[in-house]
Design a protein around this ligand. Structure first.
Ligand code: FAD
Length: 329
């Protein structure tokens, strides 16, 4: 039995979906290790404690609330110091982070402070005799390594969307905590946060992604992807590197090895060949639909459903079909 500390990611004063995924993973970890407690660390500006309920609903036994104006934006130094301080108290067997841009920054800082290893970007895990065995994609997903985490606390991060947020309600219990160091004295400060991708929903949070490739031929034809995304209502538009290199979409929309890692419930690849570097960022999506006029395009090897056809014919028909299905409820 071991307790788990999980860092709940906040952006612009809101809990991110990845926070609920991380708490779900932490709950699984605690249960697999024989039923320890899950403590979620929630840091933000004054009032962030109001978000604690969602963490309890997803399995946190206790929410450690850190409210301070110095945490209104992600504060790497002070948060790393606070998490490390908590973990060094001997209370925790494991710590869970999200493998997001923020988590990829925070978790190694904590690991370095504690002098411990870190198993990053796990898509699943088992626990054997208290030792976590985590699955980690290597070589753009061509192989899956199993990482065994020796010693305590064992630090790991979980890939966004690899763990679906699961309701597992616990009575809400909160504890106000203080920062381990003055957050106002941090040497690095986030002064502004700009919405990166052009869509209404962040790629990392969207349950549906409509991603376009060079097969769309021109920037203006991305309207086909936007129309389909709008028809779904909960979708974001992504792109390949060929597209972002052409300047048809901003780099922040790029999915793949040198772009975003996504794992939505539904990924629709529109005029995308399926290069290994693109697959690296999306192959863990739950259901993949590919539309390509070349029946031998590599994307069909990872697709659950394939449409061999011209995107300029298929996309309007698909959008109309989604709208019709939505209209029927
Ligand atoms: C170090 C490195 C890192 C990289 N990182 C990334 C990355 O992060 N993300 C990424 O995406 N790529 C990355 N790449 C680039 C990658 O190798 C590919 O070049 C890129 O993914 C191809 O993009 P694409 O599928 O849009 O274009 P293409 O490979 O040109 O494919 C276009 C597809 O559209 C189809 N098509 C054409 N017209 C139509 C039509 N009318 N209807 C239907 N289908 C049509 C074609 O059959 C073709 O399959 C990286 C490359 C390197 C070397």
């Amino acid at each position: 039995m071991a307790n788990v500390l999980v860092v709940a990611e906040v952006r612009a004063g809101e809990l991110r979906k990845v926070a609920l995924e991380a708490v779900t993973a932490a709950r699984q970890l605690a249960d697999l290790s024989g039923g320890g407690s899950v403590h979620a660390l929630l840091a933000g500006d004054a009032g962030i404690g109001a978000k604690a309920g969602a963490l309890a609903e997803h399995g946190a036994d206790s929410v450690l609330v850190l409210e301070h104006a110095g945490f209104a934006q992600y504060n790497a130094e002070a948060l790393a110091a606070t998490v490390a301080q908590r973990l060094s108290g001997g209370t925790y067997g494991y710590a869970v982070f999200s493998a997001t841009a923020q988590g990829r920054d925070l978790s190694p800082r904590v690991a370095a402070k504690l002098g411990r290893g870190l198993a990053p970007d796990l898509t699943g895990f088992t626990v054997d005799g208290g030792v976590v065995h985590g699955q980690h994609f290597n070589m753009n997903g061509k192989t899956i390594a199993t990482l065994a985490l020796a010693g305590t606390p064992a630090l790991l991060s979980v890939r966004p969307s690899a763990f679906q947020p699961t309701a597992n309600a616990k009575p809400l219990a909160t504890e106000a905590i203080a920062s381990a160091q003055d957050p106002m004295a941090s040497r690095v400060k986030v002064v502004e946060l700009k919405q990166g991708n052009t869509g209404k929903i962040d790629l990392g949070d969207a349950p549906v992604i409509v991603a376009g490739g060079r097969g769309l031929k021109a920037a203006e034809n991305f309207k086909l992807c936007e129309d389909l995304a709008d028809a779904f209502g909960n979708a974001a538009v992504g792109a390949t590197r060929a597209v972002t290199d052409e300047g048809w979409r901003p780099h922040s929309d790029q999915i793949g090895q040198t772009g975003r890692n996504v794992s939505p419930t539904l990924y629709i690849a529109v005029g995308i060949s399926g290069a290994i570097q693109h697959l690296a960022g999306m192959r863990t999506s739950k259901t993949i639909v590919a539309i390509n006029k070349d029946k031998d395009a590599p994307i069909f090897k990872v697709a659950d459903y394939g449409i061999v056809g011209d995107v300029f014919e298929v996309m309007p028909a698909l959008t109309a079909a989604v709208k019709a299905a939505k209209a029927q409820g």
